[in-house]
Design a protein around this ligand. Structure first.
Ligand SMILES: Cc1cc2nc3c(=O)[nH]c(=O)nc-3n(C[C@H](O)[C@H](O)[C@H](O)COP(=O)(O)OP(=O)(O)OC[C@H]3O[C@@H](n4cnc5c(N)ncnc54)[C@H](O)[C@@H]3O)c2cc1C
Length: 248
């Protein structure tokens, strides 16, 4: 595999930092190639804006992100950090996002990486033809590896924070599946500061073992484009996946 690991944690010596290193070492030990984008270490600028494109603008007086992205892709005039991250995405066949959950989502620096790097014409686009299984990054697989502050029961379907699958739906469906990735079951390290060292060690070992066999894993199931009609709703004859049970 050619793995791009994108990591977002402000403290290199955090548990997330350890999980980043564990993934790199384990995958390299399995003869896989690994590249890392450590977003805090790179001081990756997270805010999408006019600085994303260099050279002549489509409209220098009114910044319209997708029009500028389209032109920048065609002209090779993206800011260097965007070009570099897109090159890594073209190269990889597996993407791992390693992060602590912040506000029921990924840290802002990682969301900014998505905003700026997953541009139209590259990751999705074509007026609704380059999306989902035809997304610009198809042929690749993606895995969320995430730590949480809250304990596992709080993320149960009837838990106080709500079903973890619903929390992850914007990342799994809205970013990964939308852009063509096949999505693997998330690896979630629940309540990492609440549990004892033994339980943490067991979680870490579970992830290490999983990484060894990652290549052979079946992705989660999502509805196919053909399941939807022209109105983008499920065709009447298609049995809907109930609720957020999108797991195959
Ligand atoms: C802005 C913000 C928003 C947040 N929003 C949410 C939210 O919506 N939901 C939620 O649940 N949580 C939330 N949190 C909490 C956050 O997700 C957790 O603090 C985070 O996931 C913990 O991961 P960490 O890498 O920082 O752990 P650390 O604090 O680095 O470590 C956790 C524990 O693991 C131990 N440890 C560290 N390294 C190792 C190692 N190598 N081996 C074994 N043990 C180790 C540490 O001693 C510690 O006990 C939020 C936090 C912030 C700052």
């Amino acid at each position: 595999m050619k793995v791009l690991l994108v990591h977002a944690h402000p403290e290199p010596a955090s548990l997330n930092g350890f999980l980043r290193d564990l993934a790199v070492e384990t995958l390299q030990g399995g003869q896989h190639q690994v590249r890392v984008s450590d977003l805090y270490a790179m001081n990756f600028p997270a805010a999408l804006g006019p600085a994303d494109v260099q050279g002549p603008r489509v409209d220098a007086t009114h910044f319209k992100a997708q029009a500028e992205q389209k032109q920048a892709l065609a002209q090779g005039s993206f800011a260097p950090e965007i070009k570099a991250e897109q090159e890594k995405l073209r190269w990889c066949d597996h993407l791992i996002l390693q992060f602590p959950i912040y506000w029921f989502s990924m840290p802002a620096i990682m969301k900014g990486w998505v905003d700026r790097v997953f541009t139209t014409g590259f990751a999705y686009g074509g007026g609704g033809t380059m999306w989902y299984e035809n997304g610009g990054l198809k042929g690749r697989r993606a895995l969320v590896s995430m730590t949480t502050g809250a304990a596992a029961p709080a993320f149960a379907a009837d838990g106080i924070h709500g079903d973890i699958d619903r929390i992850l739906w914007p990342i799994h469906n809205g970013i990964m599946h939308f852009c063509g990735f096949q999505v693997l079951r998330p690896e979630i390290f629940y309540g990492v500061s609440r549990i004892d060292a033994e339980a943490r060690a067991a979680m870490i070992e579970r992830y290490r073992r999983r990484l060894v066999g990652l290549e052979r894993e079946q992705p989660l199931y999502f509805h196919r484009l053909a399941d939807f009609g022209a109105d983008h709703r499920l065709k009447p004859e298609v049995t809907p996946l109930t609720g957020f049970q999108y797991r195959g």
